[in-house]
Design a protein around this ligand. Sequence first.
Ligand code: ADP
Ligand code: MG
Ligand code: MG
Length: 628
Amino acid sequence: MGLLSLGTPLPWEQAKNLANEVRKHGIEQFLHIWRSMKDREKDQLLWGDEIEYMLISLDHSRRSARLSQRGHELLNILQIEENEKLKIASTTGEKHELEALWRPEFGRFMIEATPGCPYNSTVKDLTTVEANMRRRREIVASLMRDEELILSIGSYPVLGSGDFLEPPHKANGQFSRSLFLPDEVINPHPRFRTLAANIRERRESKVMINMPIFHDTNTPHPFVDPTIPYERTLFPGDKEAKEGAALPDHIYMDAMGFGMGCCCLQITLQAPNVDQARRLYDQLATVGAVMMSLSASSPIFRGYLADVDCRWNVISAAVDDRTPEERGKRPLAKDRFVIPKSRYGTIDTFLGSDDGQLRPEYNDLDLVYDRDIHRHLVDSGIDDLMARHVAHLFIRDPLVIFEELLDQDDSVSTDHFENIQSTNWQNVRFKPPPPNSPIGWRVEFRPLEVQLTEFENAAFSVFTVLLARALLAFRNINFYIPITKMDINMERAHSRDAVLNEKFYFRRSCIDEDSRDEYLTEMTANEIINGSVDFIGLLQIVQMYLDSIEVDDTVRRKIATYLDFIRGRADGTIMTTAAWIRDFVRSHPEYQFDSIVSSAINYDLVVALDDIANRRRPAPELLGEGNS
Ligand code: ADP
Ligand code: MG
Ligand code: MG
């Protein structure tokens, strides 16, 4: 989440009438960026990560662990120092020495941190990532009270269940209207509650999230959740649960906070020029699913063990603002498109690049896009694939419009473009350079689940960066598969222990060759990452890249620990966080084998996870031998 605009966000009734205006200017802003930036060359391979944390407050005497609303308070303190230093740096022209930058997130209990400056293009800099991540944890920790801790985990196990919030509040807020989540979980900046309310209003109902329950030996068949207040009559939407929104055998959730209250690990990579950024965008999109399965860390939602290990689909449903017409539930009358996916989801179209590898059949979705915008972009000199990409992003409405920011100079501002761009939350994001800045064309890799420890987060980051560098260095590497297969992969990556049990569509050979008819096959994560007699494996590609450049021994050894870890996750010798958490719950003496994660089990789990994160509890099964 970037910096926030200040001002008065408009309620949906008003915002919806301004959507065309925002889109029109957003497109002009994009054209302006394109014209001035398309010929940028030789930008450095800078990159940076984003890690999200949750602040938790423990009550040892009651064995309870609750999400703390003080997250927002700590963030304010962190940002005061940041703003002061940035101000000094901008007036003196000297480099600031901030170790980290702090950003708000949807949850009031959340804090996001990035490195103070992006990392540079050397391999040596990859060895500083873990220490920087650790400093971020220490900096937050220095502001915490004795009973507080921060965790970087995908989903908070008991979010929306029982007494989970500190201080406690009733679920009766106007913005989410959730049966489970009080509005107090939402970051108090007006942008966030407006997002939640406008999504609900645009959709004409509450969001509807159903994750399959993990049927344990004592879980009832069918499982009908007795904790849902079906009979509440506070808001018109309250009857939705009873009328079918809450599916049997599923964990039902009804608010944006269930999704955007999850934490993740994202990696932004700068490319030398726009064409290389397009290459990275396409190629990284296709490896996202298998990487997500390795990083799986979200097996519990709203106090129940789920039959999935990842958060992605929860967020996707949590921000699904499509109207009934757009969802195909009613014939099109007032809306313009039937839209198959949520605005949080996998990409719908590849961008192609000068490597010439993109074949038309890979873009096999019947892409929904705004024809007028497309024509205008093409008439303005944008190529068809890029024009389709942008015209597809722009089928969405801007969700939050700040009254004060409506009037913009389209040659200087990108606010309206960013409004729509930044609420298209996809597995990869193509980020054009901001106007008048030294920043170039970037791609954000977004499917990874956040890990508990700095070691794991660094390992996933370093692996991703090296894979991206290999893709730029070896132009004959080709990961293209059809978009619809990428979607299937992403679904499969969710399932419980996907890394061990699933197969993913992948290219039979990813070194460009030409067995055109049968280029596709299905492989396990282990085969894709570690290779097989028939397939080279992504680790080998990374290794080839490392062998092609000069790397000194210390750096090589450090990187090898990360690559070994990735190898172990893929071959199953190292557990995923999700598997570890599920195991912990199922071996807890108080667990009744009924899928229920009680408040006391949650407390013990949180304490154990915090011990691992702070290296008080060795966990070689999770981190690999020698890494805990
Ligand atoms: P978002 O688009 O998610 O709001 P930001 O643009 O604020 O994110 O930056 C996110 C990440 O991009 C951070 O990790 C930051 O270090 C990194 N970053 C910043 N500048 C660059 C750059 N020029 N190239 C690559 N990464 C960068
Ligand atoms: Mg974020
Ligand atoms: Mg981001």
